[in-house]
Ligand binder design. Structure first.
Ligand code: FNR
Length: 355
């Protein structure tokens, strides 16, 4: 059978050998923002496993932009050699290395999940968080500092320099993280952005920082390499950011030269109500693809070959991102190919195991 999931996708200069991407997933295993052998083995084994695109976890553009002290960072040239080594390995497997650039905003400064995801104060290795407005994610947490004009300029410069370094480190895809309640999403949503300056209030004002980050990144990122933006297409909360605004933003991002919207949802407020089920975010990717006329990625509880095949074949999305299922099975793409009877090359070292 000829599989759409295993058909190539060309974006600008880059050919993805299939439609399978490993979703960015924090490993909380960095030291001072530096990648370790964990990242090499984690990403490398999934490149061996046949995915076309390995999107490196949320990588902070500044120390204060990390979610936890274990997050990856790209605020220093000293952090680049390990990324280069990882990316060379990924390319040796005929896969594409991508990076997600992130700033956690008010959700920064928490302990790693296996230490409880607890807010860390500066005396415990934490740091002062920043946000559009002085509103905490949980009312039990210390309030973030509302960014002033100078603080916003620093964020823009940090994203610009991070893009410059990402290119130097050999990444071929850059994704801006504007989802999951982190800094850019905090500006997008009226629930977290109560500013009265040019960055708050109207839709045009709330999207301003995201557009400026896109422009800052584009000043360094080559026009012939893919640029993605991950958004949360809805806050799943009354009065929050919604699908109509996501469609409108995606249209503008398309005009600005963004290639693909990676469509997730939620994580802005703790009181969100998400109807979690297989494919629950796919309709958002489909609406954005159709109404904004831009490539989309679908993600969220996509675990089965036939399910992923149908998403691509019915043009609901162009790329399928796998998160947790790829943690359960590093060779996920090889498994999916087998399920769909699609013939793809196995790594020569593994050929004796090929069914
Ligand atoms: C995530 N997710 C995530 N998303 C993101 O945009 N940047 C990130 O760094 C992370 N980190 C992360 C870590 C871990 C351990 C998990 C499980 C998830 C979300 C992830 O990319 C994906 O969108 C969701 O997991 C939903 O997809 P699945 O897991 O249902 O396929």
């Amino acid at each position: 059978m000829s599989s759409k999931l295993f058909s190539p996708l060309q974006i600008k200069e880059i050919t993805f050998k299939n439609r399978i991407a490993i979703s960015p997933m924090c490993q909380y295993s960095a030291t001072d923002g530096f990648a370790t052998d964990w990242h090499l083995v984690h990403l490398g084994s999934r490149a061996i496993g046949g995915a076309a695109l390995l999107l490196q976890e949320a990588t902070a553009v500044s120390p204060e932009g990390r979610i936890s002290p274990g997050d990856l960072g790209i605020w220093s040239d000293a952090q680049l050699p390990k990324y280069r080594a990882i990316n060379q390995f990924i390319e040796s497997q005929n896969a594409i290395a991508g990076i997600q650039l992130a700033h956690a905003g008010r959700k920064a400064s928490v302990s790693v999940p296996w230490q409880g995801n607890k807010k860390l104060d500066p005396l415990q290795g934490g740091w002062q968080t920043v946000a559009p407005s002085a509103i905490a994610y949980h009312d039990t947490e210390p309030v973030p500092l509302a960014l002033d004009a100078q603080g916003i300029q620093k964020v823009l410069l940090d994203f610009k320099l991070a893009a410059q370094r990402a290119l130097k480190a050999g990444f071929k895809v850059l994704e801006i993280h504007a989802a999951h309640g982190y800094l850019l999403h905090q500006f997008l949503s009226p629930l977290s952005n109560l500013r009265t300056d040019q960055y708050g209030g109207s839709f045009a004002n709330r999207i301003r920082l995201t557009l400026q980050v896109v422009a800052a990144v584009q000043s360094e990122w080559p026009i012939n390499l893919p640029l993605f933006v991950r958004i949360s297409a809805t806050d799943w909360a009354e009065g929050g950011w919604n699908l109509e605004e996501s469609v409108a933003l995606s249209k503008i991002l398309k005009q600005e030269g963004v290639d693909l919207i990676d469509v997730s949802t939620g994580a802005l407020v703790p009181y969100q109500k998400i109807p979690v089920a297989p494919n629950y975010q796919v309709p958002f990717a489909e609406r954005i693809k159709k109404e904004s006329n831009i490539l989309t990625g679908a993600v969220g509880l996509i675990t089965q070959a036939a399910q992923a095949e149908k998403i691509v074949a019915s043009a609901q999305a162009d790329l399928v991102l796998f998160g947790r299922e790829s943690l359960r099975d590093p060779n996920l793409a090889l498994t999916l190919a087998q399920d769909l009877q699609a013939e793809i090359p196995w790594p020569k070292q593994y050929q004796r195991a090929q069914p």
